[in-house]
Ligand binder design. Structure first.
Ligand code: APR
Length: 248
């Protein structure tokens, strides 16, 4: 009986243990057709291994970005805040580029990682949560890649925001603190806010925070805001023939 229990315990431990982080990383990298995934892994883990879990600044990922530059195309870039699911579904359907559809974004979307002092391991448990400290490995990664994604913005860009919250342009969001600030009028022609509305909407394009967004844009960038019902967006996702925008 003891042996049987031991076997059950071992089997359970194997099933329940998180899939090895590195193998998930490499698999996702290869699925994206990353050609030097070993070098990308190397640059990635150097950012946080052997470091205090709350002392990894965004710059720690500079060499990762160098090893795996973001590839994007003008007029097809989509930004979002508080609309992750619908934005990703739309981008996939319309072949538009969200950060999560770039190589680095797709590898690390949904993952948690950190290191610890005195070890070269990558941990996936006991890592700081998003708000536990500012300079945690995950938050700094998203800040750093979002800066690169914002820098790459060009042509007409689309931003999906949520009308079911009082402040669709949240001043603390990555979109507000990192991305918008990097839109340059020499490259970005127009910013179109698609404000997703539904029965629970509490606001519209006249929202004060959207005025703030407009004021934050470089002079010369055209701003427009469209209120679009979520049901209409769902039709844009499911029906090819529906007349929608280029990225919605
Ligand atoms: N706790 C945990 N995760 C968080 C938190 C938090 N408090 N805040 C943000 N995140 C992570 C989550 O993964 C969440 O899905 O960031 C994601 C986006 O958060 P939002 O507040 O919805 O949006 P925003 O901060 O504006 O980030 C999205 O930044 O990553 C880029 O290009 C992307 O335009 C997009 C924008």
């Amino acid at each position: 009986a003891v042996v049987l229990l031991l076997i059950i315990a071992i089997v359970l431990a194997v099933i329940l243990s998180p899939k090895d982080f590195k193998s998930t990383f490499m698999q996702r990298c290869k699925n994206f057709n990353g050609n030097n995934c070993a070098a990308i892994w190397d640059a990635f883990q150097k950012a946080y291994v052997n470091r205090d879990q709350c002392d990894v600044p965004p710059e720690a990922y500079d060499s990762l970005i160098e090893a795996a530059p973001l590839e994007t195309s003008c007029n097809r870039m989509m930004f979002w805040s508080k609309t992750k699911d619908v934005a990703q579904d739309l981008a996939a359907k319309k072949n538009c580029s969200t950060l999560e559809r770039t190589l680095l974004g797709s590898i690390l979307d949904g993952l948690t990682w950190c290191g610890k002092r005195g070890s070269n391991e990558t941990l996936t448990e006991g890592c700081p949560k998003w708000d536990d400290c500012v300079k945690n490995p995950v938050r700094s990664f998203w800040n750093r890649v979002s800066a690169a994604f914002g820098d790459a913005a060009c042509g007409d860009v689309t931003v999906m925001l949520n009308a079911s919250i009082p402040t669709p342009f949240d001043p603390k969001s990555i979109f507000a603190t990192v991305e918008v600030k990097r839109f340059k009028s020499s490259k970005v022609k127009k910013v179109t806010v698609v404000l997703v509305t539904d029965m629970n909407s509490v606001t519209n394009c006249k929202n004060k925070s959207l005025q703030d967004l407009q004021n934050m844009l470089d002079k010369g960038i055209i701003y427009s805001c469209l209120e679009v019902q979520k049901s209409r967006i769902q039709e844009c996702i499911s029906d090819q023939n529906k007349s929608c925008g280029s990225c919605w």
